[in-house]
Ligand binder design. Structure first.
Ligand code: FES
Length: 248
């Protein structure tokens, strides 16, 4: 039998205590058969699942990650699952940007009375991950980059204040979501820039652009900000361009 045919995925499922975890319980007590590949981690609300939890699961052996929460309108904490959905959309978007397969992430809603549905969701996602195969080794470097960007204090501060503005009705949901996506992407770009500069010790803007794939116009904005924040400094000139290096 070929190696691929033997592959059985490891899947981590974060399940809300009040609905999907109870749905799993119902599937079990009803003796409904489903794929055994999913390890359940019970959380009090799907909104408890930080994006870093998903990344860490993939960094530590999972081939796919899913979040199972209450249906819209049923969240015990009112809006937890709406925030979860926004975060999952953001993660999938960032996955696509980084060239990672966003189908390794899934979000679904399963109530306490939906044992059959729980089993179906588990089976469908397991089939999908089985089809995708084991998590490729080259994902690890990009997951590290993504985690660094998400954990960075700049992103947390800006997202925190944007979220507060949304919750207090100062900005529309559309603007809040757009801000989440824009800021996260910017942060990933900065991580890419610093990774390239650290690797090469010092670089010009065209060199950084070539190494990161970020267009020069966007790059200039980042370089300006990074030099103002004293993260980068100039280190001479080459081919009529300033050379940048990390500031000690
Ligand atoms: S309590 Fe279940 S998703 Fe919030």
């Amino acid at each position: 039998m070929a190696e691929e045919e033997k592959f059985e995925p490891n899947i981590i499922a974060f399940t809300c205590n009040w609905c999907s975890y109870a749905g799993a319980d119902l599937a079990g007590t009803s003796r409904i058969q489903y794929a055994p590949n999913m390890r359940l981690i019970r959380v009090m609300c799907s909104g408890r699942v930080e994006p870093t939890f998903m990344i860490e699961a993939l960094q530590n052996g999972a081939d796919g990650v899913c979040i199972l929460g209450c249906h819209f309108g049923d969240c015990h904490y009112i809006s937890g699952n709406y925030e979860t959905k926004r975060r999952m959309d953001l993660m999938k978007d960032l996955f696509k940007d980084l060239g990672l397969d966003e189908n390794r992430l899934m979000i679904e809603w399963v109530s306490a009375s939906e044992g059959e549905r729980f089993a179906q969701v588990v089976n469908d996602f397991t089939d999908k991950i089985r089809e995708l195969g084991p998590l490729p080794e080259e994902y690890q470097q990009k997951l590290k980059l993504l985690k660094g960007a998400i954990e960075g204090s700049r992103l947390r501060i800006v997202l925190g204040s944007t979220k507060r503005a949304f919750e207090e009705g100062e900005i529309e949901e559309e603007r809040y979501v757009q801000a989440m996506h824009d800021i996260a992407k910017e942060e990933i770009e900065r991580m890419k820039i610093m990774e390239a500069v650290d690797k090469n010790k010092s670089m010009t803007v065209p060199e950084i652009s070539e190494a990161t794939g970020i267009d020069k116009l966007r790059l200039w904005r980042h370089i300006l900000s990074l030099t103002q924040k004293l993260v980068l400094e100039t280190a001479g000139e080459k081919d009529n361009y300033m050379i940048y290096q990390r500031r000690d």
